[in-house]
Each structure stands twice: as structure tokens, then as C-alpha cells.
Ligand binder design. Sequence first.
Ligand code: 3PY
Ligand code: MG
Length: 260
Amino acid sequence: MNLKKRLLAGDTLSTAWLSINHTFVAELVVRQGFDAAVIDMQHGLQNLPDVLPMVQAVQPHVLPVVRVPSADAATLMKVLDMGAEGVIVPLVNTPADAKAIVAACQYPPQGVRSFGPTRANHVFPDYAKKANDNVTIFAMIETAEGLANLEDICKTPGLSGIFIGPADLSYALGLEPRTDNPDPKHVEAVKRIITVSKEHNLAVGIYGDDPTYLQQAVTWGIQLVITATDTVLLARSAKQKLLAFQNKEHDSEPRGRSPY
Ligand code: 3PY
Ligand code: MG
């Protein structure tokens, strides 16, 4: 089943976050049994030439999603042409922003996506006919302006979901940036985003790290759950191995409270 169908069916997708632009690292991570992977072009090391090999490395194992660095239409069209199942667009602040990203991802007459599915055409059957129905489009709500416009953003026809950036959302609420934020103000904002999104039949995703927090977030209605990030996995297990060898105390959170 493709990503859109799994989200519509109510599935929870355990998703890896890939910040390191190396196909073998990506392959190693996703082969552990994840459902999906996000190739991060915003803060991760990937630039556009990295995206094709990263998508090729993960696609045999998981559903590939690309977080683009901005709402730039040309980048959205290009990563979809490369075979991404879905996109996540950061810092969506207004209904106009949301409308523009949906248009860039949809072929006419619904949108303005230019035709040329260079790789997607070879990976997905009947791509041209089915792309508008199948491509998954997440808008990130992570700013005060985005929060203020939440209802109107969620009304955008063709939008598939809302993705929560917990660190930027923390800033938006006057808090220190961190994931898995237990501050009541943050929890309330996350729950409100989920409620409003669900009212508009939108799936919701969140970036995170702490399994206990994320299990709770699933009970609130989160479906695309980022449960592991390559950089964090490497740094954390390297530190734990070193400390174990040195007979030093294990530090379960060696990188502090903002794992990226
Ligand atoms: C955030 O936490 O703001 C994100 O965008 C996740 O990378
Ligand atoms: Mg962010």
C-alpha cells in the first residue's frame, strides 16, 4: 500500500529520519524494520543531487518521503519526479503557502505541477494518472503564525497532512527548542493541531526521539511518527560503547534534550 492509503487506513508508520547524505547509512537504518523514511533537505546534509541516490537506497525497504528545505515549487516537483511518495514542507504559515505547495505537487487541472516524472514513471504503475491521488503532501505547522492560521491551513483542498516540528513549535510558544516537549503549553498545542487536522481528515506526523512520549502521541492521533534519527543513533551508541568500555556510568541522553 502506498503512503497515502496507509495514512487514510489509519495506520501508524514508524519512520526513520535521515540527516546523513550517505546511502549505506540510510540503508542500514531503514532495513531495521521501519515503515517509512524522511530524507531531510532542510537541516539534514542532503542537497538535491543526494536525493535520488537516497530515495533509491531506501525505496526497496520503506516509503520514501522528502522534507524539502522550503516551499520552492521547483524543488517539490523535482523530488516527486525522483520517486518520493510524499513531501514535508517546513514553515507553512498561511493558507496561501499551503495552497501553493499543493498546487506545485499536483498535475493540472488541480495544480500546476509540470509533467516529467523521470524516475517516478518507472517506479509507480500508471504514475501520470494516479499521482494527484497518491502523492502525500504534509505542511509543517511550527510557527506562531502557522498556529494562528491552523484552521484555514487545514481547509486547503488536496493537502494530506500536517507535520509538527516540535523544536520550532517550542520557539513559537516561548519555550526552549526541544523534541518530545512535555511542557503543558506544548502538549496542548500538539493536541490542538491533531484535533483540528482530524476534523479536516488530515493525517498528522511529528518529529521526536523519546519512545514513551511518542507512544503517548500515537494515542493522541499521531500517525507518521519519527522514532529514530541517523545522527542521534550514531552519536548516542558511540558514546554508550565508549562509556561502557571505560566502566563509566551510562548516560542515556548524552546529547541533552534536543536530539537532532
Ligand atoms: C522541528 O522540530 O522544528 C523540526 O522541524 C523537526 O526537524
Ligand atoms: Mg522545524
